[in-house]
Design a protein around this ligand. Structure first.
Ligand code: AGV
Ligand code: CA
Length: 312
């Protein structure tokens, strides 16, 4: 059993990641927290609780983060968490399995890692702000961390940030809080970075929507289709709002690592100026990260759709 702690930021693919994690056989989900980065924190936390109440076999409490980033996400994207929180499938009457914790997310992460008998894999599908706080408050915690699996960063020329005063080279989770990435890079935690190199291979397309529609008699597949109906697909060409299955790929990598390929690089990050949030190769001062740079696209979509079919 893999011991997983999941920290996310409330987007559609973050919440679908939680849904899929709850249906993986060899995963023991020891904790969940949400940060109001690509979402507002209240609906992100509330939807997480409802997801656990609806689909988890055992209780898991949820912590909210009070941390703030440097470069805010567009409001339109942050609104998706309200849509997810309102979905009927998450609002049936269920046993209350997931309490809202009083402590801040970083305190919950420290406590859950400390109390785990085995070392813990950290799954982060938003900015690294809470983890940076964890390692700053308690630097010895890294000895109990198996590794970090993070959706973030890219070494491609083009990232996915299109904002005034920025050159477009960064990925959003890194851009929201570049200093946090630097703080985490400065530890010796093993990092698997699910970068845009691999997530660019899994856009939401009409073909994917249609495949889910065709199998909507499975409640879990219908849930995928309804959730992703909130976001724009790739039709003719990629735009700033085209949606990819960024976090779902990152989560699928936990459950089925054979889906991807990766290679090691020495990485660094710019924390200031027009390239802030850009991760870059730095053979002299960089730290080693394993970049997930390829995914078997069809096998990936089959894997997540099959997992969703297990939902009851
Ligand atoms: O950069 C990808 C990250 C992922 O964690 N997020 C969305 C995923 O949850 C930010 C993001 C980039 N482009 C977006 C994003 C878009 N077009 N819509 C919403 N979020
Ligand atoms: Ca996210």
């Amino acid at each position: 059993m893999k011991q997983i702690y999941f920290n996310h930021d409330g987007g559609v693919d973050d919440l679908i990641s939680l849904f899929l994690l709850l249906h993986m056989d060899d995963v023991n989900l020891i904790g969940v927290s949400a940060i109001g980065a690509d979402s507002y924190v209240e609906p992100a936390v509330s939807a997480s609780q409802k997801m656990i109440n609806r689909f988890s076999k055992h209780p898991i409490d949820v912590a909210a983060s009070k941390q703030r980033g440097k470069n805010p996400f567009p409001k339109d994207w942050r609104m998706h968490a309200f849509f997810m929180d309102a979905l009927p499938i998450l609002n049936e009457t269920n046993k209350a399995h997931a309490n809202l914790l009083k402590q801040d997310a970083y305190q919950d992460i420290i406590e859950k890692i400390r109390n785990s008998p085995d070392s813990v894999t950290l799954l982060f599908t938003g900015p690294l702000t809470d983890l940076a706080k964890v390692v700053t408050v308690d630097p010895t915690i890294v000895d109990r961390v198996e590794r970090l699996v993070w959706m973030g960063g890219t070494f491609l020329d083009k990232g996915n940030v299109e904002e005034p005063e920025h050159d477009g080279s960064a990925e959003w989770n890194a851009f929201w809080d570049p200093e946090a990435v630097q703080t985490v890079f400065d530890t010796n935690i093993h990092i698997d970075m699910v970068a845009l190199e691999s997530t660019n291979r899994v856009p939401l397309t009409w073909e994917v929507r249609q495949a889910w529609a065709n199998e909507r008699h499975f409640p879990g597949v219908d849930f995928l289709g309804v959730s992703y109906a909130a976001v724009p697909p790739l039709t003719h060409f990629q735009t700033n709002s085209t949606y990819f299955l960024w976090d779902v790929l990152t989560t699928a990598y936990i459950g089925k690592p054979e889906l991807v390929q990766q290679h090691a690089v020495k990485a660094n990050i710019y924390t200031e100026g027009p390239s802030q949030g850009q991760t870059y190769i730095d053979d002299i001062h960089g730290r080693t990260v394993s970049v997930v740079d390829y995914v078997e696209r069809d096998a990936f979509f089959k894997y997540i759709t099959d997992l969703a079919k297990h939902a009851k």
